[in-house]
Design a protein around this ligand. Structure first.
Ligand code: BGC
Length: 254
């Protein structure tokens, strides 16, 4: 089997709108073959999502270990929160759930931003592994991964920090930009407010900004005004899948 002979893993990123999986070359972080994407079932209950995950693994003809990421705090393989997916995830033993649907193989589930952060450390900008860095993903929500010399402090949820009377991600995610039809300039003002608060409380050495909207980083990163340097993530949307594949290959179980 391909996965057994070479350093290839498999990652799946469970998001609010799509569930995506791909084989990952663990030596360079590239996808091997096509990424498979299926729309997230509605409602996105654990059983419905696990069935979709099993379908992706079947379509990929993959029988090795599977790493999964989702927008939840995952502690000892139990989902503790659920953002943009069904609330019935809270308290779910995600390892048991996916093992039941994927059969006898190694499985690791971790938070999506944490996965993206460790992928960036391994294959992205070298500044992600030097000193303290706050890695953020801008998408449906704001995900956070706190890094120190490339090591992860897992399960931070800085997108939910209250700033004044609003939650950071409610105003400054890229979904908020779309929802409120904001220009990059107007949206960057909101992002600035959020980063200023993160800087006030955490003083990271650098901010790394990822998520799909980091593809257009030249339109907004130069408008950010925090003291620490802000640089765009290099892995963009690929990062969650890559980090998930890395986590299971390293036998990480947050
Ligand atoms: C969730 C986080 C997640 C982030 C990005 C937030 O709403 O609470 O767990 O990392 O969205 O998906």
């Amino acid at each position: 089997m391909l996965g057994a002979m070479t350093n290839i893993g498999f990652g799946i990123d469970i998001g609010g709108s799509g569930i995506k999986g791909a084989r990952v070359d663990l030596d360079n972080g590239d996808f091997v073959g096509d990424r498979i994407k299926i729309a997230t079932p509605r409602p996105a209950t654990p059983e419905a999502v696990a069935k979709t995950v099993a379908e992706i693994v079947r379509l990929a003809e993959w029988d090795g270990p599977v790493g999964l990421t989702m927008p939840s705090v995952i502690k000892a393989q139990i989902a503790r929160t659920a953002a943009n997916i069904d609330e019935s995830w809270i308290g779910t033993d995600v390892h048991e759930l996916f093992a039941r649907h994927l059969g006898d193989r190694e499985i690791t589930v971790l938070n999506d931003a944490d996965a993206a952060g460790i992928a960036e450390v391994a294959f992205g900008d070298p500044r992600a592994r030097q000193g303290s860095a706050l890695f953020l993903t801008f998408g449906t929500g704001i995900g956070s991964a706190l890094l120190i010399d490339g090591h992860l402090f897992p399960n931070t949820e800085l997108g939910h920090l209250m700033i004044g009377d609003f939650e950071a991600e409610e105003r400054a995610s890229s979904a908020a930009k779309d929802r409120d039809e904001l220009s990059f300039r107007k949206w960057a003002k909101r992002v600035n407010r959020v980063l200023a608060e993160y800087e006030r409380l955490l003083n990271p050495g650098a901010f790394i900004v990822g998520g799909g909207i980091s593809r257009e980083h030249e339109k907004w990163v130069p408008l950010l005004e925090v003291e620490a340097p802000v640089f765009p993530a290099q892995l963009r949307n690929r990062a969650g899948i890559v980090g998930a594949a890395m986590a299971v290959a390293a036998h990480v179980t947050p």
